[in-house]
Design a protein around this ligand. Structure first.
Ligand code: NI
Length: 167
């Protein structure tokens, strides 16, 4: 187990587009394990490779109610439906939360760590996490979706990312 340092703003790596993964080798598997450990230690619902300083299109999502860790390599959102207002935070923007519009439902595809194609139909927190994490690997942060600065607020303190939609 190894914990990686979570990059926070204004680290420029958070603004870079990550590269497609073409080969999943031992070092990729180790990175995935370390990302999972790091996400757990931070009590996050998801984490993207940019956030630990690696420009590869890998994201991890673990929805508390689901009891499964989703390892998504080269994830793509292929369909979005509807709109809803959500509250969101990010491990890379500690101490803040914001309110923004996300999709009601999304469909995504990716490859898992064993090279198997996966397709996901999601709503609720999983849909939100899929949009948040695929944004990360494109260098986009949730604060980019705020309509104005009034939709971002400081939170008193964080012992860790304790709220369920912290990513
Ligand atoms: Ni995030």
């Amino acid at each position: 187990m190894a914990l990686l340092t979570i990059r926070t703003l204004p680290d420029p790596i958070l603004r870079q587009k990550a590269k497609k993964v073409t080969k999943v080798d031992d070092s990729t598997q180790k990175l995935i394990d370390d990302m999972i450990d790091t996400m757990h230690a931070a009590n996050g619902v998801g984490i993207a490779a940019n956030q630990v300083g690696v420009l590869l299109r890998i994201v991890i999502i673990e929805i508390p109610e689901e009891d499964q860790i989703r390892v998504l390599i080269n994830p793509e959102i292929i369909k979005r439906e509807g709109e809803r207002i959500v509250e969101e935070g990010c491990l890379s923007i500690p101490g803040y939360r914001g309110e923004l519009v996300r999709s009601m439902k999304v469909r995504a595809r990716a490859t898992d760590r064993h090279g198997k194609q996966v397709r996901i139909k999601a709503e609720g927190l999983l849909a939100q996490a899929l949009e948040h994490e695929t944004d990360h690997i494109n260098g986009i942060l949730y604060i980019d979706h705020l309509e104005n600065s009034g939709q971002l607020w400081k939170i008193e303190y964080q012992t860790s990312e304790t709220s369920q939609d912290a990513k």
